[in-house]
Design a protein around this ligand. Structure first.
Ligand code: NAD
Ligand code: UGA
Length: 464
């Protein structure tokens, strides 16, 4: 079959895999290839056990793989053969040198730019899909400008806004697609090529264009605003716990103002995931770099509240359980950073588990999708950690349960059965406010939600 367009994506991760699968699904006359330096990842994309868990992704991969969607290890050959190249390699926080702990580590990005330069025999459109500091396109262009002869490159910024767990839905029906380009004839031409791809399934009014720097910056700012909402509601949850106000009631009342909106106001143990912290720190670094210290401090406080919220949760466990966890068994329900993913990157559960272990607690971890990643995250820990898929078996013989992920299945658990299996007094710390607290209290649990009064039988005894 002769394909209308040939598209390549470098980086077969959480973004590259699903976003290219969606293009292939919506555009059967385009050939889409995804490459990666990680051979194991490519093998898994070509197998029945995909490297990431994402609801609905299997179905799309089955419909496209081997027809117009291909996963390949041969990066150099694919660069030669494709004229539209998305780059969605990872851009973690730098761990060394200037900007360590704050700035983005652009080594993977720069390597990719050089590889594109070395293997290009024709002009190409290169599209930044990774999240990058504003002005990265300029650095990429400086490398690509070294091209010899007639080979020219147009660099576009097309940041991805999908969230894990809802990636397929977000890609199929995005709030917006953002495409940034240079305001030049060839920039506009390149931008139009990309608009035409998305226009196959995204309504025109949702495809927005901008200058390239605005597109790069918008992605960082979008994540910073979302994370800021989580930190805002979490900061108020601390005040609720001191004043007997209820964070769910406050969030509802505040969120019903259409200027504020009701989404992203769930208090919990703080945000995790590979991006929020990394992208805010990147924004903070950029602000400091440009001498905007007050702005940098403002955004850094979003990360500080997130850390504070996790410490508050641990201190609450320790305080409620008579200030000692040594030798006690704690069952962790949920290790993924959010529901419907197996991803544990920056999951609050990692920090919380490590803290519990440092108090010499025994930890039993249960999660429907994330146990493999949990075991990797905790590879180096000393102390007793067990991984048990079944939540009932995991909770059996435990002194406390801590719910750390908002998996729907935890709402449906038979807590009467679980209570019977546990050591008494049984403690239940709901770090995501997902279960029926009154019902569990009536069963006999001492229940500690986030941002709501604790429901404790022990307080009643003390007060009598
Ligand atoms: P990831 O780590 O899952 O995937 C990145 C892939 O790039 C890895 O498989 C890695 O092996 C590969 N890679 C690195 N260098 C390479 C090279 N030189 N050549 C070929 N492959 C290379 O990361 P991700 O979660 O997909 O994120 C990618 C980018 O997208 C990041 O900038 C992230 O901030 C952004 N983003 C992520 C999400 C998300 O939900 N995970 C959403 C929106 C944006
Ligand atoms: C987030 C953004 O939502 C995406 O738009 C963006 O593309 C992506 O980051 C990225 O750049 O990587 P993601 O991290 O996958 O997506 O998941 P979110 O749904 O945003 O949740 C992030 C964290 O915030 C989770 O730990 C979640 O539990 C927490 N959260 C979210 C809350 O604690 N309360 C809320 O009300 C919402």
């Amino acid at each position: 079959m002769k394909f209308q367009k040939k598209i390549l994506c470098i980086g077969a991760g959480y973004v590259g895999g699903p976003s290219m699968a969606m293009i292939a699904y919506k555009c059967p006359d385009y050939k889409v290839t995804v490459v990666d330096i990680n051979d194991e990842r490519i093998n898994r994309w070509n197998s029945n056990e995909l490297p990431i868990y994402e609801p609905g992704l299997d179905k799309i991969i089955k419909k496209t793989r081997g027809k117009n969607l291909f996963f390949s290890k041969d990066i150099e050959k694919q660069i030669k053969e494709n004229d539209i190249i998305f780059v969605s390699v990872n851009t973690p926080t730098k761990t060394f040198g200037t900007g360590a702990g704050m700035a983005a580590d652009l080594q993977y990005w720069e390597k990719t730019a050089r590889q594109i330069l070395e293997n290009s025999q024709s002009s190409k459109i290169v599209i930044e899909k990774s999240t990058l500091p504003v002005k990265t396109a300029a650095a990429m262009e400086k490398i690509l400008m070294l091209a010899k002869g007639k080979v020219k490159f147009d660099v576009l910024s097309n940041p991805e806004f999908l969230a894990e767990g809802t990636a397929v839905k977000d890609l199929e029906n995005p709030d917006r697609v953002l495409i940034g380009s240079h305001e030049t004839k060839s920039g506009w031409r390149a931008r139009q090529t990309l608009v035409e791809i998305y226009a196959r399934w995204v309504p025109q009014e949702k495809i927005i264009t901008s200058n390239i720097w605005s597109a790069e910056l918008s992605k960082l700012v979008a994540n910073a605003f979302l994370a800021q909402r989580v930190s805002s509601i979490n900061s108020i949850s601390a005040l609720c716990e001191k004043t007997d106000a209820d964070i769910s009631e406050v969030a509802k009342a505040v969120g019903m103002d259409s200027r504020v909106g009701s989404k992203f106001l769930n208090a919990g143990i703080g945000f995790g995931g590979s991006c929020f912290k990394k992208d805010i720190l990147n924004l903070v670094y950029l602000c400091s770099y440009y001498g905007l210290q007050e702005v940098a401090d403002y955004w850094e406080s979003v990360v500080k509240i997130n850390e504070y919220q996790q410490d508050r949760f641990i201190n609450n466990i320790l305080g409620s359980m008579f200030n000692t966890l040594a030798g006690k068994k704690i069952c962790i329900l949920g290790f993924a950073f959010k529901a419907n993913t197996g991803d544990t990157r920056e999951s609050p559960a990692i920090y919380i588990t490590r803290k519990l272990l440092s108090e010499h607690a025994e930890v039993i971890i249960s999660d429907p999708q994330a146990l493999k990643n949990a075991a990797i995250d905790l590879e180096d820990v000393k102390g007793s950690v067990k991984y048990v898929q079944d939540p009932y078996r995991a909770a059996s013989g435990c002194h406390a349960i801590a719910i750390l992920t908002d998996w729907d299945l935890y709402r449906k658990l038979d807590f009467r059965k679980i209570f019977k299996l546990m050591v008494k007094p049984a403690f239940l710390f709901d770090g995501r406010n997902v279960i029926d607290h009154k019902k569990c209290f009536n069963i006999g649990f001492n229940v500690y939600p986030i941002g709501k009064p604790a429901l404790s039988h022990l307080n009643i005894i003390q007060n009598d």
